[in-house]
Design a protein around this ligand. Structure first.
Ligand code: ATP
Length: 270
């Protein structure tokens, strides 16, 4: 069966703060539905405060929605104690913003890659799994004894992505993984994620402000604004003919930024 991660009619309002406490804050998410199958690559774009991180936290079972459901292969995904979510974390892994910053400086690469296997109680040949993950990010086994400070920026990014890969997930949820990275590092991370989707067939939800990065990786795009999906379709179509003000602004911003980069704007995938 082709695995599917689905969200149906998600809604969430954070409680108001301070003077606004008594009034209801505008919903951070309203009536959001999406479905990602293995091999799908979906970009989730939207301006600041659109609700991207909120949606991601709900999909990662870190936040409980007020309304709607998340399911993985029809099994409900709800926040809970770590043991109740191990099955889900094995299948669905997360790549955070600036992944290298999440590496514990006191651990060598082998420990860093062993941790997720221990936490998720994954049995089997751990050494083999660690070497496989390293290979998938094009890192040499000689790196295993190094600590983060002994790695280049690009190597750190690769190790951080290998941490997400070591449990052999079939879905990746990535939250602005290239924002704040310089151009070579940005390209390293995008190329790696591209391989994982196109070579290995993982399902991807890629959250970004950057429509050019989405165009490189994702065949489908969802545009989120004010907590709602205001536009969705093939990335090529959203890029070429944005229908909403929000999508038009994102396309213009991507075109402006990439005018100043040496590489041409990536061609949208069909
Ligand atoms: P950015 O691109 O700036 O990270 P985003 O699209 O990820 O933004 P969210 O972080 O999901 O947006 O925020 C959506 C809305 O919910 C915003 O109005 C934000 O202020 C609000 N919000 C987010 N987290 C909380 C929280 N813990 N408590 C109260 N309000 C919150």
């Amino acid at each position: 069966m082709n695995a599917v991660l689905s969200a149906e009619n998600l809604g969430l309002s954070y409680p108001g703060r301070g003077l606004l406490k008594q009034r209801s804050a505008p919903p951070a998410l309203q009536d959001v539905s999406l479905s990602i199958a293995m091999g799908d690559s979906i970009g989730l774009v939207g301006g600041s405060g659109a609700g991207k991180s909120t949606l991601l936290r709900i999909l990662l079972a870190l936040e409980k929605p007020d309304a709607g459901t998340v399911t993985f292969n029809d099994a409900p995904v709800v926040p809970g104690p770590a043991p109740s979510l191990r099955w889900y974390r094995r299948a669905v892994q997360y790549i955070p913003q600036n992944p290298a910053a999440s590496l514990d400086p006191g651990m060598n690469v082998e420990r860093l890659l062993l941790e997720p296997l221990r936490q998720l109680r994954i049995d089997g040949d751990h050494r083999r799994m660690i070497l496989d993950a390293l290979q998938r990010v094009d890192l040499d086994p000689g790196m295993l004894t190094r600590r983060p400070r002994e790695l280049s920026g690009g190597q750190k990014q690769r190790v951080a992505i290998a941490r997400a890969l070591v449990p052999a997930p079939i879905f990746l949820l990535a939250d602005e993984p290239v924002s704040g990275l310089d151009l070579p590092l940005r390209n390293t991370v995008l190329a790696l994620i591209e391989q994982l989707v196109h070579r290995d067939g993982l399902g991807l939800l890629f959250v970004s402000h950057d429509l050019a990065a989405v165009a490189r990786l994702c065949s489908q795009t969802l545009v989120l604004s004010g907590g709602r999906i205001v536009e969705q379709g093939s990335t090529a179509a959203v890029y070429a003919k944005p229908q909403t003000v929000e999508a038009k602004e994102l396309v213009t911003a991507a075109a402006l930024i990439h005018r100043f980069l040496p590489a041409p704007l990536p061609a949208p995938r069909p």
